[in-house]
Design a protein around this ligand. Structure first.
Ligand code: MG
Length: 404
């Protein structure tokens, strides 16, 4: 219904609308650039629960437009100041039947299909009844994989699990990977831009660790030089970059920040802790099918199992927590916290909240939630006790600031 409304609205202003139909967000992003369109629109709530929906607006390069441009569109919408075309100039709607195929073939060009094909990997795909089931299973079959797809029927009420792929919602995938003795399991979010992997032991691996194996593989082969990642990512991403003498560029949390920073700094690789991998040579946006192909490529080229690749990475313990904080107090608290950190001469970054690094390689990110009356803590350390200690310490400090 929303796709009909949006496409009719665009046609009324004189745009020719190319209808991609049901497709993963990264497929529409690829198509906008590949077909040299002026932009794109994706109707999706991404990883959010079924009662939500959303409209992602893309530029002519397929990247989501910056917040400022979104605000301009909202202004036109809420003031009803759109310019309508005269009847002779009303736009047409055209189908885009080739979009899936062109996107799928483009992904193959960035990996070594012969080497992957020789391995005949067994892969289980869980697209959460979303559009991820439309292309990736076919792509993997063409790459010589033996594919089992679960939750493949398209159903926007997401009856199988929550659309956000998280360790606690992937029991079914993990069980089937084990019973099928598969080499890999992959779970997408609702619009298949994020991918979370399950190793051959049935263990769900968090996004920044799978990103780090792709990062390591590409850095070793000099295919990338700079790494873009949000300040919330694990230290492992920077450790891998440091090992290869590569620069890590930190961004605010959110996929558009990563994409726009990649464009500005001509970086070819970006990654988020939630399963977003941005492979620039394909497109500087997160892309679940491309990520799956990259993971299989790393496994095939190195001849290693996913669990072995992951276990070779430096290990950190992560502790997360929140504290209630009235929305109006948030900016003041952040200012006070930053000035305290400066007074203590701690190594820190204030791109999004404040992230503090300690000499023992532990760190903590303290960040006001964008939508809720909360502050969030993400502490990481080699030892679990140290990560918990950091969370306790800063929870105490913030409590004292919120209730002086
Ligand atoms: Mg998404």
């Amino acid at each position: 219904m929303l796709a009909e409304i949006v496409s009719s609205g665009l046609a009324a202003t004189g745009c020719t609308v190319h209808l991609g139909g049901l497709a993963p967000t990264p497929c529409i992003q690829f198509t906008a650039r590949n077909q040299r369109l002026d932009g794109g629109i994706m109707i999706t709530a991404s990883h959010n629960p079924p009662q939500f929906n959303g409209i992602k607006v893309l530029g002519n390069d397929g990247v989501e437009i910056p917040r400022q441009e979104e605000a301009e569109i909202e202004e036109i919408f809420f003031t009803a100041k759109a310019e309508h075309a005269s009847w002779q100039r009303i736009g047409r709607k055209r189908a885009l039947p080739e979009a899936h195929e062109e996107y799928k073939e483009a992904i193959k060009k960035h990996i070594d299909p012969e080497t992957v094909g020789r391995k005949n990997y067994r892969v289980v795909v869980d697209p959460v009844n979303g559009v991820g089931g439309l292309i990736t299973p076919r792509l993997l079959k063409e790459l010589g994989c033996r594919v089992t797809t679960i939750n493949a029927e398209i159903d926007g009420t997401f009856p199988s699990r929550t659309p956000e792929p998280r360790p606690e919602s992937l029991h079914e995938l993990s069980t089937i990977v084990k019973t099928e003795q598969a080499d890999l399991g992959v779970a997408f979010d609702g619009d298949a831009d994020r991918a979370i992997f399950v190793d051959e032991k049935g263990e769900v691996q968090w996004g920044d660790r799978t990103f780090a194996i792709i990062e390591e593989f590409l850095l070793e082969r000099n295919q990338v030089e700079k790494i873009v990642t949000p300040v919330s990512s694990s230290q492992v991403v920077k450790d891998v970059a440091d090992k290869h003498g590569a620069k890590t560029i930190l961004t605010r949390v959110g996929s558009t920040a990563v994409s726009h920073t990649m464009k500005k700094s001509s970086a070819k690789l970006g990654g988020e802790e939630n399963g977003g991998v941005f492979y620039g040579p394909h497109q500087p946006v997160r892309d679940g099918a491309m990520t799956t192909a990259l993971v299989l490529n790393v496994m095939a080229k190195t001849g290693k199992k996913l669990s072995d690749l992951i276990n070779a990475l430096p290990r950190y313990h992560l502790e997360k927590d929140t504290i209630k904080c009235p929305i109006n107090l948030k900016p003041m608290i952040l200012e006070e916290l930053i000035s305290k950190v400066r007074d203590h001469n701690l190594s820190h970054d204030t791109i999004d909240g404040v992230k503090i690094w300690y000499p023992d390689n532990s760190s903590i990110l303290i960040r006001p939630s964008g939508t809720e009356p909360l502050y969030r803590f993400y502490a990481e350390a080699k030892a679990k006790a140290r990560a918990s200690e950091l969370v306790r310490e800063y929870k105490r400090k913030l409590t004292a600031m919120i209730h002086p």
